[in-house]
Design a protein around this ligand. Structure first.
Ligand SMILES: *Cc1c(COP(=O)(O)O)cnc(C)c1O
Length: 245
């Protein structure tokens, strides 16, 4: 345990400045896309950064945080339980971690295979019986790689309908939409245009699956142009983190 960081400390001021800059970028991008009334939701990805930074950002009005490793996320969410934050799991998820993830996460953005849907459904059955918690929002992570071998995680686009049906039928899980990471070195506009097409196809069969989780520090403008509803921003707010992850 650490004491609550003093408001107005140097780190808080740094975070305030960076958060403002990102919010301005989002506002400009949304206005340019004619979405000023319907801007995307900002998720601050806090991986590798301490719980005190999350505390500082919460004091600056951030409610949504993203994490990509269960152990780290679980510890932070536990330490910050009193703040009533919304945790989004955004990393590759092993099925066996489902049980702990559903203890703190409101959403999983990285659902990419049938076995994981089944594991999350089982985990949610237990968790809902225990706590009566709300259904888990599930985004289907889609791989946008041209070369299917070069996966950075995610289902192939042709696997999306089947995963969507499975999620729709699962108790305790809500099909929220799609998620993707733009391939390294690729044109993000092309990648997010493709994701928007996949989302449009999905929404024909599942009108409630309106979520598009896309856009990171480097490419949030492109994501907003192509309909992102959730942005996952880490380094432009919190600073750099170790390169290996
Ligand atoms: C780390 C991470 C982010 C945030 O990336 P930044 O480039 O730091 O903004 C977004 N999405 C996922 C899946 C991540 O792992």
């Amino acid at each position: 345990m650490t004491d609550s960081p003093a408001s107005g400390d140097a780190r808080t001021e740094q975070l305030r400045g960076r958060l403002d800059a990102v919010r301005q970028r989002i506002g400009r991008a949304a206005a340019a896309a004619g979405r000023g009334e319907n801007p995307p939701r900002l998720i601050v990805v806090s991986k590798f950064h301490p719980a005190d930074d999350v505390r500082r950002l919460a004091a600056l009005g951030v409610k949504d945080f993203g994490e990509n490793r269960d152990q780290e996320a679980s510890a932070k969410a536990g330490e910050l339980e009193a703040l009533d934050l919304t945790w989004h799991f955004v990393g590759q998820l092993q099925s066996k971690k489902s049980k702990t993830v559903v203890r703190y996460a409101s959403a999983v953005h990285s659902v990419d295979r049938s076995q994981l849907v089944a594991a999350l459904e089982r985990a949610m059955a237990g968790q809902q019986e225990l706590t009566g918690r709300a259904d888990l929002d599930c985004f289907i992570q889609v791989s946008l790689e041209e070369d299917a071998g070069a996966h950075r995680g995610g289902a192939a686009p042709e696997e999306v309908p089947q995963l969507a049906e499975q999620l729709e039928a699962a108790d305790g899980l809500r099909l929220a939409g799609v998620m993707a990471v733009a391939p390294l070195g690729a044109d993000p506009d092309r990648a997010f245009e493709k994701l928007l097409g996949i989302s449009t196809g999905l929404q024909r069969d599942f009108p409630g699956a309106t979520g598009i989780s896309a856009g990171m520090s480097q490419d949030l403008e492109a994501a907003v142009r192509f309909g992102a509803t959730h942005l996952r921003i880490g380094s432009d707010i919190l600073g750099s983190r170790p390169a290996v992850r």
